[in-house]
Write a protein that binds this ligand. Structure first.
Ligand code: PLP
Length: 407
C-alpha cells in the first residue's frame, strides 16, 4: 500500500462515534494479531465475542473463498442453498422450528421485538403491547433496541423512544412478578448480561420469567447475541440455564467475523411474520450463510464445547493467581469464555486504563462498562496463548498498580 493510514486519517474522515486506539491491526491468524509496524498481539478480545474461531480460520477461509467464486447475492426474491442449510442446522441444534436472517444483532432483536408485538396483536389485540426489559441490558443501537436496552446513556438525545417498554432490575423476581400483567407481550433478557458488566441471570430468575410469560401469554425473548454459539460452553446459554425461550436472537459469533444475525422461534410464533410483514435486503445472503453454516458445524461439536470449559478453568485460575499476587479485582466472574474482572472499588471507573496498559504489553482485551475488564477470546485459543496472554496481563496489572500508587 502506498498511502499510510493512521489514527489521524480516521479522525479526518469518520463520524466521531467511536474512539479506537491508535494501533491499527492489519493481519490476524488464530489468536494473534499484528499491527502496521509488525508488532504482535495476543487477542483476548475476539472482536467482542465475534471471532469465536480466531482470525482467518482455514475452514472458514475455504468456504468463504469457494462461495465467493460461486454466488454472492440474490435478494429474498429468490432463496439460496446456504441459507436453507444454515436454517436447518439452527433448527436441529436448538428449540426452534423457524429462522429469520438479518445482518447484525440489533436487526435480529428488532425482528424479535416486532414479531412479539405482531404476535400479540394477531392473537390478543393491540392493547397487549407492553415489553419488559432489564436495567443495564444491551440489545443494540437501533431506536427500538436502545429503547429496550437498559442503559439510559444510549437513549439520551434520541427521544422520543419507542413507547410501551418498562425497565426492571435484573435478577429481581419479585419486581418482575409485580410488573407482569396481561398487557405484556414480551420479556426480553440476556441469559448473561454482556455489555452490562458480565452478570449471569440466576436460573431461578429465568424460570420465574418463563412461568410468568406462560401465565400471561407473553413471549420470552432471549438475546443470545453475545452468549450464543458456544461462548458459555453450551451451544446456547439457555441450554445451561434449563429455560427455553420463545424467541432467541443470535449474531456476533454466528458469522465468526462475517456479518450475520438470526432470529429463531417456534412455528406458532413464526406465523405472525406472514408474507410482506418484515424483511431485509441482505438477510440470508449466501456468503454470510455459507460461513455461518461452517462456524456452527465446527462449534456445535461436543469436543469443542468441552474445550471451552477447559479453557475457562485455565483462564479463571490464571486470573485468580494474578489477582492474589497483585490484587486489583474484587471479583472474577462469567461463563465459558465470556469473563469479567471487576475492579476493586478503589479503582472504580479505570478499566479503560487497564485495557490501554494491556495493549502496551501486546494483549488485546475489552471492557464492559467503566469498572469491568472483559475477556472474550477465541473458543479455540491455544493453551500457550492463554498462558502468555496472562503473563502480559500480569505485567499490565503491575503497571496499573504502580501508576495507582504514584497517584
Ligand atoms: C452486541 C450485542 C447486540 C448488538 O449487536 P450488533 O451486531 O452490534 O447490532 C445486541 N445484544 C447483545 C446482547 C449484544 O452483545
Amino acid at each position: 500500500m502506498t498511502q499510510v493510514y493512521n489514527r489521524k486519517t480516521f479522525d479526518e474522515v469518520m463520524v466521531p462515534n467511536y474512539a479506537p486506539g491508535a494501533m491499527i491491526p492489519v493481519r490476524g491468524e488464530g489468536s494473534r494479531v499484528w499491527d502496521q509496524n509488525g508488532r504482535e498481539y495476543i487477542d483476548f478480545a475476539g472482536g467482542i465475542a465475534v471471532n469465536a474461531l480466531g482470525h482467518c480460520h482455514p475452514a472458514l477461509v475455504e468456504v468463504l473463498t469457494d462461495q465467493a467464486n460461486t454466488l454472492w447475492h440474490l435478494s429474498n426474491v429468490w432463496t439460496n442453498e446456504p441459507a436453507i442449510q444454515l436454517a436447518q442446522q439452527l433448527c436441529q441444534l436448538t428449540f426452534a422450528d423457524k429462522v429469520y436472517f438479518a445482518n447484525s444483532g440489533a436487526e435480529a432483536n428488532e425482528a424479535a421485538l416486532k414479531l412479539a408485538r405482531k404476535y400479540a396483536h394477531d392473537h390478543f389485540g393491540a392493547k397487549k403491547h407492553k415489553i419488559i426489559s432489564f436495567i443495564n441490558a444491551f440489545h443494540g443501537r437501533t431506536l427500538f433496541t436502545v429503547s429496550a436496552g437498559g442503559q439510559a446513556k444510549y437513549r439520551e438525545g434520541f427521544e422520543p423512544t419507542v413507547p410501551g417498554i418498562q425497565h426492571l432490575p435484573f435478577n429481581d423476581s419479585d419486581a418482575l412478578r409485580a410488573a407482569m400483567d396481561d398487557d405484556v407481550c414480551a420479556v426480553i433478557m440476556e441469559p448473561l448480561q454482556g455489555e452490562g458488566g458480565i452478570l449471569p441471570a440466576h436460573p431461578d430468575f429465568a424460570r420465574t420469567a418463563r412461568e410468568l410469560c406462560d401465565k400471561h401469554n407473553a413471549l420470552l425473548i432471549f438475546d443470545e447475541i453475545q452468549t450464543g454459539v458456544g461462548r458459555t460452553g453450551e451451544l446456547y446459554a439457555y441450554i445451561g440455564l434449563g429455560v427455553e425461550p420463545d424467541i432467541l436472537t443470535t449474531a456476533k459469533a454466528l458469522g465468526g467475523g462475517f456479518p450475520i444475525g438470526a432470529m429463531l422461534c417456534r412455528d406458532a410464533v413464526a406465523k405472525s411474520f406472514g408474507v410482506g410483514s418484515h424483511g431485509s435486503t441482505y438477510g440470508g445472503n449466501p456468503l454470510a450463510c455459507r460461513v455461518a453454516s461452517k462456524v456452527l458445524e465446527i462449534i456445535s461439536d461436543e469436543k469443542l464445547l468441552f474445550g471451552v470449559q477447559e479453557r475457562h478453568r485455565l483462564l479463571v485460575n490464571g486470573l485468580e493467581d494474578l489477582n492474589r499476587r497483585i490484587g486489583l479485582f474484587r471479583q472474577v466472574r462469567g461463563q465459558g469464555l465470556l469473563l469479567g474482572c471487576e475492579l476493586q472499588p478503589e479503582y472504580a471507573g479505570r478499566a479503560r486504563e487497564l485495557l490501554n496498559l494491556a495493549q502496551e504489553q501486546g494483549l488485546m482485551v475489552l471492557i464492559a462498562g467503566p469498572d469491568v475488564l472483559r475477556l472474550a477470546p477465541s473458543l479455540i485459543i491455544p493453551e500457550q496463548d492463554i498462558t502468555q496472554g496472562l503473563q502480559r496481563l500480569g505485567t499490565a496489572m503491575e503497571h496499573f498498580k504502580a501508576g495507582a500508587a504514584e497517584g
